[in-house]
Design a protein around this ligand. Structure first.
Ligand code: ACO
Length: 303
């Protein structure tokens, strides 16, 4: 009942400003009640891009920024990934409690379907930033349990609304599986997924599985010297694909079912993937940039 009450509570902050963007919020977020000393709702809350501290007045944010050492104008934690345009910072909920709680307050404004964890200690937060000459600008993040008994490799994902539909959600999902590969584990996002979460994951899983099948055809053709059209792949199981992608078998099955790539043969499910079908589907679900360059990931699992 408590969760339900929280979900149905009316919006208490109408807009947030982060860097150069003002965004309209979607849902209620349980900010500390001291913030609402002058009324039940705020028009705008101003967030600092580096610390995620929030202020009721822009002048307060400016004062805060003017005191900040320019060197510190990035999320706290380790920069575990950097390419020409994007960086990812790993922030430990146990070490940077205030930052992570503030990030959760912000995130809740755009998430309604699940309880966010305000006990941030058990989580790592991966904050994606665009970087330019003026510094780091956070565009989204995902959280991940440090130890997940259920095998989740992502707890909660958000692309900040001003940056949505640019491929950053896909990039964060891509990154979560690169971490699983380094851990040599299969992974899956925590359930339930929101509608937007489901469409993003479905299109990601589909594009990755199809690209993998296309690559297998190309490699088999090259290895055997056979024209691509004549190549036959050896029988592939669900587990084969799971191991190659780090997707759990349930997600491989649901994606292959959705794509019509599963056949039940002699008591077991096998992948049915003739090349023309794979090519046609791959045109529909292409791998789109930005893509994580695994060579630029500097990270090792906790254990
Ligand atoms: N309508 C239709 N399709 C969409 C939409 C949309 N609004 N958003 C994403 N998609 C699909 C598309 O197939 C898209 O690919 P395309 O743009 O090439 O067609 C694909 O998902 C990936 O899009 P991205 O641009 O990478 O996704 P984005 O950066 O917008 O982030 C996300 C997706 C994170 C789900 C974002 O919508 C969001 O933050 N939503 C609010 C929070 C949320 O619901 N998070 C998921 C909760 S579930 C969980 O946390 C485990």
């Amino acid at each position: 009942l408590k969760e339900h009450e929280e979900v149905t509570k009316v919006k208490n902050v109408k807009f947030v400003e982060l860097g150069k963007y003002r965004m309209e919020t979607w849902y209620y977020s349980p900010f500390p009640k001291e913030l609402f000393s002058e009324g039940p709702a705020l028009d705008v809350l101003y967030f600092c891009e580096a610390s995620m501290r929030f202020f009721k007045h822009k002048s307060e944010l400016h004062r805060w920024l003017s005191k900040m050492d320019p060197k510190d104008r990035h999320p706290p934690g380790d920069e575990v990934y950097r390419d020409a345009k994007l960086s990812i910072f790993e922030v430990d909920g146990g070490e940077q409690k205030l930052y992570c709680q503030n990030l959760c307050y912000f995130a809740k404004l755009f998430l309604d379907h699940k309880t966010l964890f305000y006990d941030v200690d058990p989580f790592l937060f991966y904050v994606l930033c665009e970087h330019d000459g003026r510094g780091f600008h956070p565009v989204g993040y995902f959280s991940k349990e440090k130890y997940s008994d259920a095998g989740f490799n992502l707890a909660c994902i958000l692309t900040f609304p001003s940056y949505q539909r640019k491929g950053y959600g896909r990039f964060l999902i891509n990154f979560s599986y690169e971490l699983s590969k380094k851990e040599e584990k299969l992974g899956s996002p925590e359930k339930p997924l929101s509608d937007l979460g489901l469409v993003s994951y479905r299109s990601y899983w589909a594009s990755q599985l199809l690209a993998l099948l296309k690559r297998m055809y190309a490699e088999a053709a090259q290895a055997s010297g056979t024209p691509l059209e004549e190549v036959r792949l050896p029988p592939l199981s669900i587990m084969d694909l799971a191991k190659m992608t780090s997707f759990v078998t349930e997600d491989v099955v649901s994606t292959c079912t959705f794509l019509g790539l599963l056949r039940y043969v002699s008591g077991q499910y096998l992948i049915y993937s003739p090349l023309p079908l794979v090519e046609e589907l791959a045109r529909k679900y292409p791998v789109k940039p930005p893509v994580v360059d695994a060579a630029r990931l500097h990270w090792a699992p906790l254990i």
